[in-house]
Design a protein around this ligand. Structure first.
Ligand SMILES: NC(=O)c1ccc[n+]([C@@H]2O[C@H](COP(=O)([O-])OP(=O)(O)OC[C@H]3O[C@@H](n4cnc5c(N)ncnc54)[C@H](O)[C@@H]3O)[C@@H](O)[C@H]2O)c1
Ligand SMILES: O=C(O)C(=O)C[C@]1(C(=O)O)C=C[C@@H](O)C=C1
Length: 367
């Protein structure tokens, strides 16, 4: 039995712990540590882990594999602690941090011969935080970046991939620098822009108090991520500060260019600008599901209450949405669970999403 320790049982750590516990039950025993007692108690109560440990060091002593799923600066601190810890055998250590450069800088300096570090970052998440938001299917079809340190062997990388097999994510090996450049572009910098758009609304709010009422689909879509955990994102911005500053300079230049186009009434160029953006956005790869033809799935959060499943199905039936598959992904006593509903077309998927959302359900789809 491999002993896996997950440190930090929030959204990401909780999701990974749950996933490993249920997919590797014959191969792995999952230990959990979190410095919030209520989180640790929750993990035990709802069986996201097999056993809790009371201190980081206690967990390290028992573990063969360690997953650090804490805020980035704390993960760096734990790496430094691991370096100083005497160990009787080798431990494979991975993390989930959204920034890899600063983590790898520390990881490459580790001198403890028993620590083999393989950096990790699942490219999926949510604006929610904490163990209550953990979902074992969170990483399905997502890319999962691995950044092995110099000391990690090919076999160590394979071991990490093996214990994470049940996430059904796609592993890709990148250097820390490649990772931070690309995630800076498609994740970190967009976050700053989303928050700045909200600030723009706030700044005009006193003059136009009706603004929030007009904030319909567009504003909500583009600013969803501004509802994320501010401490986490502050950490990400500063850990990837060099790249963020480069993108900020690029963005200001770009905005000045667009400002010029508007001021000088260059309508054709504005159409070309929007067309190019549309073509790129429309062409983003859809998440594929292997050799099986396209599915149109919706993930619906439901409560463990009698009649919940019936209510969802009834709603969709009333609007003549044809369901081709339905699966309860996880539901435990007194806890929210997730329903995966498959419909026949993209149109059906979007209609079902808006029907369910209008009836108070939280729904996500893979776009
Ligand atoms: N949120 C996302 O979308 C996302 C996606 C991929 C990766 N990540 C990365 O995952 C990591 C965790 O983020 P999250 O979204 O799960 O945050 P979270 O707030 O949901 O979870 C963090 C957990 O770490 C615990 N923790 C804090 N300090 C600790 C300490 N000293 N010792 C032990 N536990 C401690 C907290 O109590 C909490 O349970 C971050 O490094 C982040 O960059 C986040
Ligand atoms: O979906 C969201 O809310 C996210 O912000 C998830 C997201 C992303 O940018 O895609 C955010 C940070 C992570 O490191 C990985 C994924």
């Amino acid at each position: 039995m491999r002993r896996v320790l997950v440190v930090g049982l929030g959204l990401i750590g909780g999701s990974l712990a749950k996933n490993i516990k249920y997919n590797q039950e014959n191969e792995c025993k999952v230990y959990g540590f979190d410095n919030l007692k209520s989180t640790l108690d929750y993990a035990v109560k709802y069986q996201l882990i097999d056993e809790k440990v009371d201190t980081f060091q206690q967990g390290v002593a028992v573990a063969d594999i360690i997953i650090l799923a804490t805020p980035i600066h704390i993960t760096i601190n734990y790496l430094e602690q691991l370096n100083k810890t005497t160990m009787d055998r080798k431990k494979i250590v991975t993390d989930v941090s959204s920034v890899k450069g600063s983590i790898m800088e520390v990881a490459e300096q580790l001198t403890n011969p028993n620590v083999s570090f393989v950096g990790g970052h699942p490219m999926a998440g949510s604006h929610k935080q904490g163990i209550e938001a953990a979902k074992s299917h969170l990483f399905e079809n997502a890319y999962y970046v691995l950044t092995p340190s110099i000391r990690a062997t090919e076999e160590d990388v394979q071991t990490i991939q093996h214990i994470l097999e049940g996430t059904k994510s796609n592993f890709v090996i990148l250097s820390g620098a490649e990772h931070d450049k690309m995630t800076g572009i498609v994740s970190h910098f967009p976050h700053l822009v989303a928050s700045s758009l909200v600030h723009q609304a706030i700044n005009w709010q006193s003059e136009y108090p009706f603004i929030p009422k007009l904030a319909a689909g567009g504003f909500r879509d583009i600013t969803r991520i501004a509802s994320s955990n501010p401490e986490l994102w502050q950490d990400i911005f500063f850990q990837n500060k060099e790249e963020m500053l480069i993108f900020l300079t690029d963005w200001i230049e770009e905005m000045k260019k667009v400002q010029g186009l508007l001021e000088t009434e260059r309508k054709e160029e504005v159409i070309a600008y929007l067309k190019q953006a549309k073509a790129y956005r429309d062409g983003l790869p859809k998440k594929k599901k292997g050799a099986i033809p396209s599915f149109y799935d919706l993930y619906v959060d439901i409560y463990d209450k009698p009649g919940e499943l019936y209510k969802v199905i009834k709603l969709l039936a009333e609007f003549e949405i044809n369901i081709t598959n339905i699966q309860i992904l996880e539901i435990r006593e007194n806890m929210t669970g997730v329903l995966r509903i498959t419909v026949q077309s993209e149109e059906g998927q979007l209609t079902a999403k808006s029907i369910l959302e209008n009836n108070g359900y939280e729904v996500s789809v893979e776009e």
